[in-house]
Design a binder for this molecule. Structure first.
Ligand SMILES: Cc1cc2nc3c(=O)[nH]c(=O)nc-3n(C[C@H](O)[C@H](O)[C@H](O)COP(=O)(O)OP(=O)(O)OC[C@H]3O[C@@H](n4cnc5c(N)ncnc54)[C@H](O)[C@@H]3O)c2cc1C
Length: 411
């Protein structure tokens, strides 16, 4: 009888594993079991419907540093299948990709369906089977692996790949824990900060290119663009903080204070000399008439109004007290965060299967031969920008190659 690989989960990691295993191992029966009615559901909605496939940071060490959890693990895995391989894989199958200025890579069609069509065409070409609306409830090892489905039917397999994605609740991993695997508590990553009732929210839509944001009382600090929204703060700098601080912010129950330097890393002394220069060179000009910094004018006016600087006040007449208040707002503004919001519905789970029990060279469980993992079910998550899909492609491909190697050595 032909050997059988069953992949549990029809997301990016599971399907990428399936199509590559079927291609690399002629004679291997490959079945994907998916509990919902749709394959690749997250790919469809990803990247705002455009699917941010990977990122153009073509150096494995630098790429690995974009993973708050799993950096060392993914670095080892990237030596086998990296972003450059992902690009080549899709391009060889007729999907042209393009880079955006911030490094994100999308299909040139800007439509995630292009990626889905490519993967499903490949699945069809190599006879991958699908069991849809079928949930796996349990796995045990007898002579082969035996899977119990929700309706109590059973299936046997020689190899299992678990690609069930992240789960927000720890009990979502109970059936995997029963195999002896440790689960790192899941917490959400990639969210935005709520500032309930804060007047700055009236500036929704305003974005600032280079802001530095620090979590007060902690070492965590990030730089990058910030977007003001109708509920608080979003944008890359906030998403990065939410990813690196996922566990710490959850412990704070999403109630904490941030300190914002709207002029990136400008220090008080530098700002003092800039103010002095303004007084000397533009003393007769009204402060309201133009912002001397790289800030949107709406934000500048908001700061001036916050500290009560009248519309006709000239630079020469700015008092020391007003200057100090303005300095505080510009380089050390404090904002109380109370709650989080999902970013464009994009989120990932930090936590999952403990990486110490998985071999990064094969993605095989260190506890059970023939049991493999791919994708977000593991305790790996990246910041936003295509890093989460890259981990799904890489781990899916490594499982496929590992099964192929196993079959070759047993042939
Ligand atoms: C809205 C959104 C947008 C995103 N955009 C991007 C982006 O542009 N770029 C990027 O890099 N990342 C993005 N991400 C993150 C990325 O989508 C995920 O990291 C990635 O999809 C994980 O793939 P996966 O295959 O591991 O898990 P999933 O895609 O979650 O797939 C797991 C599958 O397993 C099935 N399953 C679960 N349990 C069982 C069971 N017991 N039996 C049978 N089936 C089961 C689920 O139904 C699901 O279909 C986005 C995430 C979201 C939510």
């Amino acid at each position: 009888m032909n050997p059988h690989l069953i992949i549990i989960g029809g997301g990016a990691a599971g399907i990428f594993c399936a199509v590559n295993a079927a291609r690399l191992c002629p004679g291997l029966k490959v079945t994907v079991i998916e509990k919902s009615a749709k394959l690749l559901a997250k790919v469809k909605v990803s990247g705002g419907g455009r699917c941010n496939v990977t990122h153009d940071l073509f150096e494995a060490d630098a790429f690995s540093r974009q993973y708050p959890r799993g950096e060392r693990f993914v670095r080892k895995a990237f030596y086998q299948f990296f972003a450059t391989d992902t690009i080549q894989w899709f391009e060889e199958r007729g999907v042209s990709l393009h880079n955006e200025s911030d490094g994100r890579i999308f299909p040139t069609t800007n439509d995630s369906q292009t990626i889905i069509d490519c993967l499903l065409k490949e699945a069809n070409k190599f006879d991958v089977s699908f069991l849809m609306q079928t949930e796996v409830k349990n796995i045990v090892r007898h002579e082969q692996w035996q899977l119990t489905l929700k309706d109590n039917d059973t299936l046997n397999a020689d190899f299992i790949c678990i690609a069930t994605g992240g789960s927000p609740k720890k009990d979502g991993y109970n059936w995997l824990a029963s195999l002896g695997h440790s689960i790192i508590d899941p917490v959400p990553s990639l969210f935005t900060f709520q500032l309930p009732d804060h007047p700055i929210r009236s500036l929704m839509g305003v974005s600032v290119k280079n802001v530095s944001v620090k979590i007060m009382g902690e070492k965590l600090k990030e730089n990058g663009p910030l977007l003001i929204t109708h509920w608080g703060f979003s944008g890359p700098v906030i998403l990065r903080l939410s990813a690196w601080g996922a566990r710490m912010l959850q412990e704070k129950q999403y109630h904490f204070t941030i300190v914002v330097n709207w002029l990136q890393d400008m220090k008080e002394e530098q700002l003092k000399s800039l103010f002095l220069q303004q007084r000397q060179e533009n003393g007769a000009k009204k402060i309201h008439s133009g912002c001397p910094f790289e800030l949107p004018s709406r934000l500048w006016i908001y700061f001036l109004n916050t500290i009560g600087i009248e519309e006709d006040l000239r630079w020469a007449d700015l008092t020391i007290k007003q200057q100090q208040a303005l300095t505080q707002l510009l380089i050390a503004g404090e904002y109380i965060v109370a709650g989080k919001t999902t970013f464009k519905e994009e989120f990932v789970t930090a936590g999952g299967i403990d990486l110490r029990q998985i071999n990064p060279a094969t993605m095989e469980s260190k506890l059970h031969e023939g049991l493999f993992f791919a994708g977000e079910v593991m305790d790996v998550d990246g910041i936003t920008g295509g890093f989460n899909f890259q981990h799904a492609w890489t781990s899916g491909m490594i499982v496929a190659a590992s099964v192929a190697a196993r079959l070759n050595t047993t042939a």
